[in-house]
Design a binder for this molecule. Sequence first.
Ligand code: HEC
Ligand code: HEC
Length: 435
Amino acid sequence: MSRSTSHFRRAAIAICGSLGLLATSSLRAQGPAVEFTEQELRRIRQHSPLGPAPSDTTNRVSADAAAARFGQFLFFDSRLSANGRVSCATCHDPNQGFADSKPLAQGLKQGTRHSPTLWNVAYNRWFFWDGRADSLWAQAMHPIESPLELGFSRLALAHLLGQDEMLRRRYEAIFERLPNLQDGSRFPKAGRPVPGQPEHSHHIAWTSMKSEDQAAINRIFVNVAKALAAYEARLVSRRSAFDIFVEGLATNDARKKAALTTSAQRGLKLFIGRGNCRLCHNGPNFTDGEFHNTRVAPRHGGPPRDAGRFAGIDLVRNDPFNAAGVHSDDRSAKARVKIEFLTNVPDNWGRFKTPTLRNVAKTAPYMHQGQFATLRDVIQYYSTLDGALPAGHHKESILVPLNLKHVEIDDLLAFLDALTDEAVDPALLRPPSSP
Ligand code: HEC
Ligand code: HEC
């Protein structure tokens, strides 16, 4: 900065200060100060602070430190996979924003969807892109047994706990005694129900078991999933530059308000205004927790085949591990209504869950199949809707091409960048030395 401009700045600051205009200006960045109307300020406050995650009443250990540690240990443990080489952290890598930087997930086999971030996952109402799980613990059971992901089975999982002295002791301290798993005639080495594949060796092993032994194994499976969920519930993002800015607005603190550059402030104005982003990415976690059709074409072209929420509704309703089932720790009607009042409509076809935007700059690529490599590509898409699927009947009426100018795209990007948080406790990001 030349002497004369710095001179000018200081003078401008002095004048603004005396006029009380600092509330609406950023000192750090270039360009004219951004002013927000009362309505805009109200909208901005709806996005910050994040606040604590809602408690999961269906999981009695969701706030239990020992269970979370046990879950954290298992999260990084590749013994939970058929080939001993894949763990939850393979696809939800703490160093890659708890995602994997690949368009499509790669476990034992290649998946059909993109690995979402686990940041702030405990704030969700539904889990998976199609919401086919209704709790964090019910979600965790899927990847363990998915042949594309860990390819493990609930029986093999129970045996792993039984055979590893340290795992067994921790499990029994947190939950309950394991049954006598050594009896191979009661507890085959591997097995799980495999709906629709009665010839599958896992299915044959599972159906050979007595129902009370199946129930004992299911309880172990559920408990492990609840421990994994207790760990995941701690993955809460910290304060971002945006949150500091909002604090600054509340206290009229110019230094805090300068946490957001002028460009990011203009991006914020677009986000809550003409961009309409807030209609779906709303609240402190920047998601309505619901499902929308953004008409993004499938990654490999051709007609869309992924039914998204339309299929997810039936799956979650029929999931024996949903909140209405016997494994939920909350037997109240309140825990069940979410599932019991769920109805499906044809418009759900092709809808996917609105992702959080906190820490989004760390989790490229984007969308349910990683269709976009960069955030700029995402914004460009919202700007033009180039390549969008035909609207058909399922048209999401909020979504219209925004025709953004270059500078507006840069501003939105600057704003999304400002949703990146401060460093979290590094102990959360690596396996503990013991379970
Ligand atoms: C092979 C890669 C892979 C592995 C291994 C894996 N995941 Fe995932 N995870 C994914 C993909 C892909 C999705 C989205 C799938 C979908 O929506 O159908 C997902 C979704 C999730 C979600 C839902 C997030 C949300 O916002 O809805 C959670 C939670 C999760 N995984 C936790 C886990 C846990 C816990 C494990 C280990 C037991 C695990 N994952 C193992 C790839 C993986
Ligand atoms: C109609 C609801 C809706 C509106 C409006 C909307 N979004 Fe989205 N957004 C979604 C959904 C749903 C997805 C996931 C879509 C998918 O995977 O197919 C998404 C995905 C994203 C992603 C990718 C995140 C990730 O982790 O993959 C970003 C970034 C994003 N939106 C930003 C914005 C911005 C910025 C705006 C405003 C210009 C906006 N969105 C408007 C619903 C919406």
